[in-house]
Design a protein around this ligand. Structure first.
Ligand code: ADP
Ligand code: ASP
Ligand code: MG
Length: 437
C-alpha cells in the first residue's frame, strides 16, 4: 500500500482538487493524506490570535472573508445541485463551529480546535468531489487514530493499532483519505503536529502500516541543493539517504517537516518527494541506500536560534560537568541543537526559548553565561567522512569573510554546521553554494 500526501498548493483550488485524480489511481489501494487548502492554516492562526486577544470583531471578519473564499471554491468544484448543497453544508458547519468557539472561554484548547478545521475541510471536499463523480472513497478521521503523548511524541503503536482496525472495516475499498497535521493529545483533546505537520502524518501512517512507499506531493520537483527561495540556480537531488534527508529537514529545508523522516527511516519506508505541477519529474527518492558516496548534497538553514556560551574554570579537568549542564536542559524539555566545547567553555544552541530564563538562572551556578539571539545554523549535508579531505575546508573557505559564532564538524559523517548571525544567512547560503556547486 502507498501513502500519497498532497500539500496546501496541491489542493489550493478547485482545479487542483479535481486534478488530484491525474495522480491518484483509484484502482490501487492507498491512503491519501491532505493538508489544508493553501493559506487556510495561516488564516486560522490569525483567527485564533484574534480570539485570544479578545478581538472578537476582527476574528469574525476574518472568518467571514475566508468563508467567502470557500464559497467560491465549492461553486467551481461541484457541478450538481446535490454536490453543491453538501459543500455548502460542510463549510457552514465548519465556519459556524469556529465562530462558536469564540463564544466560550478561548484557551489554547479552543485555538487548536480552530487550527484543525483546515484539514477537516479539504479532506471532506475531496471526498464529496469523488462521490459526485462516482469514485468510491473512504474518509478516515485522523482524530480517531493519530495520537501524541504528553511529550508531544506520536505514539506509533497506537496509530498502528487504531489505523489497522479502521482499514480492516473496509477490505474491499481502494481509496482512503485522511487529514494531515491533526491529532489528539494525551488529554484526548484536538492537537496538531506543528506547522507543516502533514508530512509527518504521511510518514507516521507509512510507518504504521509498513507502506511500500510514502509520496510527498508538493509544488517543487524534489529536495533542492539549497533553499530556492533564497538562492538562484538550485537543482533537485535525485537520491538522499534517510540520514541526509533527516538532517536537511531538521535544519530548515522547508519542503519537509523537521521530524518527518524519522518514522519512515525507523520502519525503512522509502519517501519520494514529487511535484504536482510536473508529475513526471523524477523528484527525490529518500531511502536507506541514498545516492552516490563522496558527494556534497545540499545546504539548509535554520533561523531563530539562540546561542548560549558558558565559561567556567571548573570545567577544567572536571568530569560530569557537561552532564550537569545537559540535565538542566533536559529538565526543561529543551533540546540542544549544536554544541562546541573548549577546555574552559562550552557553547550550545537551542531553538525553543520557552524556558530560557529559568535555564540560564540554573546554568549560571556553573559559570559565566552570555547569550546571542537571532542566530542561524547553516548546515551542509553530504559525505564528510574523514577520508574525504578538503570538503569541510571548502565550506569554511566560502564563509571566510563572515564572522562565525560556532563550527560543528565530526558529529556525524554527513554534516558540517556553522552558526552565523541571521543578518549573514543569505550571504552564507549563496557563498557556500557558489563554492560547492
Ligand atoms: P507543501 O505546502 O506542499 O507542504 P511547503 O511550502 O511546505 O509545501 O514546501 C515546499 C516549499 O519548500 C517549496 O516551494 C520551496 O520554496 C521550499 N523549500 C525550502 N527549501 C527547499 C529545498 N531545499 N528544496 C526544495 N524546496 C525547498
Ligand atoms: N496545514 C498545516 C500547515 O499549514 C499542515 C501542513 O500543511 O503540512 O502548517
Ligand atoms: Mg509543507
Amino acid at each position: 500500500m502507498k501513502i500519497l500526501k498532497f500539500g496546501g498548493t496541491s489542493v489550493g483550488s478547485a482545479p487542483r482538487i479535481k486534478g488530484l485524480l491525474d495522480i491518484v489511481d483509484p484502482k490501487e489501494r492507498q491512503i491519501v493524506v491532505l493538508s489544508a487548502v493553501a493559506g487556510t492554516t495561516n488564516v486560522l492562526v490569525e483567527i485564533g490570535q484574534a480570539f485570544t486577544a479578545g478581538l472578537k470583531d476582527e476574528a469574525i471578519k476574518l472568518i467571514k472573508e475566508h468563508k467567502e473564499k470557500y464559497e467560491g471554491l465549492i461553486a467551481e468544484l461541484f457541478s450538481t445541485a446535490d454536490g453543491l448543497q453538501k459543500g455548502k453544508n460542510l463549510i457552514d458547519y465548519h465556519f459556524n463551529y469556529i465562530t462558536s468557539l469564540g463564544n466560550e472561554l478561548f484557551t489554547t484548547t479552543e485555538e487548536r480546535a480552530v487550527l484543525a478545521q483546515g484539514e477537516l475541510l479539504s479532506t471532506a471536499l475531496f471526498h464529496y468531489h469523488l462521490e459526485e463523480i462516482g469514485v468510491p472513497s473512504v474518509l478516515l478521521p485522523a482524530l480517531d487514530f493519530m495520537k501524541i503523548d504528553e511529550d508531544n511524541e506520536p505514539i506509533v503503536s497506537y496509530i498502528k493499532e487504531m489505523l489497522s482496525e479502521l482499514l480492516d472495516e473496509y477490505p474491499n475499498n481502494m481509496l482512503f483519505i485522511t487529514q494531515g497535521y491533526i491529532c489528539r493529545n494525551s488529554f484526548g483533546e484536538i492537537d496538531n503536529l506543528r506547522r507543516g505537520g502533514s508530512d509527518y502524518t504521511a510518514s507516521l501512517v507509512g510507518a504504521a502500516i509498513q507502506a511500500e512507499e510514502v509520496q510527498i506531493w508538493t509544488d517543487i520537483d524534489g529536495m533542492h541543493n539549497n533553499d530556492p527561495r533564497i538562492v538562484n540556480n538550485t537543482t533537485p537531488i535525485a537520491n538522499l539517504s534517510f540520514d541526509e534527508a533527516a538532517e536537511l529537514a531538521y535544519f530548515g529545508a522547508k519542503i519537509l517537516h523537521p521530524q518527518s523522516v524519522f518514522p519512515a527511516q525507523k520502519y525503512n519506508v522509502p519517501v519520494r518527494l514529487l511535484n504536482t505541477l510536473d508529475p513526471n519529474a523524477h523528484g527525490t527518492l529518500i531511502s536507506k541506500e541514498g545516492g552516490d558516496k563522496g558527494q556534497i548534497r545540499a545546504i539548509a538553514a535554520k533561523d531563530g536560534i539562540t546561542a548560549i556560551h558558558i565559561h567556567s574554570s571548573r570545567m577544567l579537568l572536571a568530569y560530569g560537568f557537561l552532564r550537569k549542564i545537559f540535565e538542566i536542559f533536559e529538565r526543561y524539555k529543551t533540546p540542544i541543537d549544536m554544541i562546541t566545547t573548549s577546555e574552559v567553555a562550552v557553547s550550545l544552541t537551542v531553538d525553543d526559548t520557552k524556558h530560557l530564563e529559568d535555564i540560564i538562572k540554573e546554568v549560571e551556578d556553573f559559570g559565566r553565561v552570555s547569550i546571542d539571539y537571532n542566530q542561524t545554523i547553516v548546515c551542509v549535508v553530504g559525505d564528510f567522512s574523514a577520508n574525504m579531505h578538503g570538503y569541510a575546508a571548502r565550506v569554511l573557505d566560502a564563509v571566510k569573510h563572515l564572522p562565525l559564532r560556532m563550527i560543528s564538524y565530526g558529529g556525524s559523517d554527513y554534516n558540517v554546521s556553522i552558526l552565523v548571525d541571521t543578518d549573514h544567512k543569505v550571504e552564507a547560503l549563496r557563498s557556500i553554494h557558489n563554492r560547492l556547486f
